[in-house]
Design a protein around this ligand. Structure first.
Ligand code: BGC
Length: 338
């Protein structure tokens, strides 16, 4: 065909007009083929796009929606819990919403729980911050068919189907026993706790009291509340050290208290006071390494978040699950960090 066209075109058998006509027809034919190819591709792309939009739309409608209510939204400890929960949500294709008050506050915490119940989520994971205050709302959620898991702090009398977190009473008891082993003589103790009324804080202090019960030479002389703020912990600890010059041990029962106590002890130049606390925030680890803090109770906040969402997925898929999952705790000192 090409040979034939070449022959007629160049051998002079065609007039100029015929040549122009033939040339234009060839050009038009190529343009038409090009258009058909481009059109075909575009149709294909539109089809693929609309298919993926359709899939995305239906998957976000089908995805379960859980909510995690933390004690304080922008808090280092709760960010670890949130990271674990988000990883499980991603693995299980769950839509997870994380909410919490800006500053720890039981009333706001309760309002967030009420809102979650009203918005008919598929599952609520909540710190049982104040079990007595929150149990009726947890039960209301369950009556409405929304399953609830408590995390970090239990509301054991409620109808939550599971608790994931530290055995708080036992952790306080173990810390108390550890302190007894470290200190032989009689001691005067000051405690800085988190939020007044918070269940986990009451349980931890209960564990400490129980450990010291048979040692009359170990006396808890005062207690203050930090509202889980390092600054407030420091202010409370300074006040305590001024009022009780005989204090020899200070214990912080929520994550940042130990740092606040250190600030206070330094401020008051009381390096004869031994400090114990909770959690393994980087600053706490540094204080242990520097010999300023004797020991801390390490919890597993990431695992709590991860396991709580895992359990909620199992439960909402109709499987039987555990009702209590105590995550590990251990006491670490400078020796353990070597
Ligand atoms: C507790 C949390 C608390 C946090 C505050 C942790 O030890 O388990 O309930 O919110 O301390 O720092």
């Amino acid at each position: 065909m090409l040979r034939w066209m070449f022959f007629y075109f160049f051998e002079g058998r065609l007039t100029m007009k015929q040549k122009t006509l033939l040339f234009t027809s060839i050009l038009l034919a190529f343009a038409l083929i090009g258009l058909v190819v481009v059109f075909g591709n575009t149709v294909n792309e539109i089809h693929t796009l609309s298919k993926s939009i359709h899939q995305q739309g239906s998957s976000s409608i089908d995805r379960k929606h859980f909510i995690l209510i933390v004690e304080e939204y922008d808090h280092a400890y709760w960010k670890r819990v949130a990271n674990g929960a988000m990883d499980s949500a991603k693995n299980n294709n769950i839509s997870l919403e994380i909410v919490g008050p800006f500053r720890s506050n039981i009333s706001e915490h309760k309002i967030l729980l009420e809102k979650a119940v009203a918005s008919k989520v598929d599952g609520i994971i909540i710190q049982g911050l104040d079990d007595a205050e929150e149990t009726p709302i947890i039960n209301k959620a369950v009556e409405k068919g929304i399953p609830v898991i408590t995390i970090d702090t239990d509301a054991a009398q409620s109808n939550r189907f599971a608790y994931v977190g530290t055995d708080n009473f036992r952790s306080g008891y173990l810390l108390g026993r550890y302190i007894l082993e470290q200190t032989k003589s009689s001691e005067k103790i000051g405690i800085i706790s988190g939020v007044k009324g918070a269940t986990n804080q009451r349980e931890r202090v209960g564990g400490l009291v129980s450990a010291f019960k048979n040692r009359l030479d170990f006396e808890i002389v005062d207690m203050g509340y930090s509202d889980i703020s390092r600054l407030k912990a420091a202010q409370e600890a300074v006040k305590m050290l001024r009022e009780h010059s005989n204090i020899t041990i200070m214990i912080g029962t929520s994550g940042l208290d130990v740092m606040g106590i250190y600030d206070a002890v330094k401020h008051q130049k009381r390096n004869d006071v031994s400090i114990y606390g909770y959690d393994d925030m980087p600053e706490t680890i540094e204080l242990i390494q520097g010999g300023y803090v004797k020991a801390t109770v390490v919890q597993k906040p990431y695992t709590m978040g991860l396991k709580a969402v895992d359990l909620m997925v199992d439960y909402t898929n109709g499987h039987k699950t555990l009702s209590t999952l105590h995550t590990d705790t251990k006491i670490i000192s400078k020796e353990d960090l070597k």
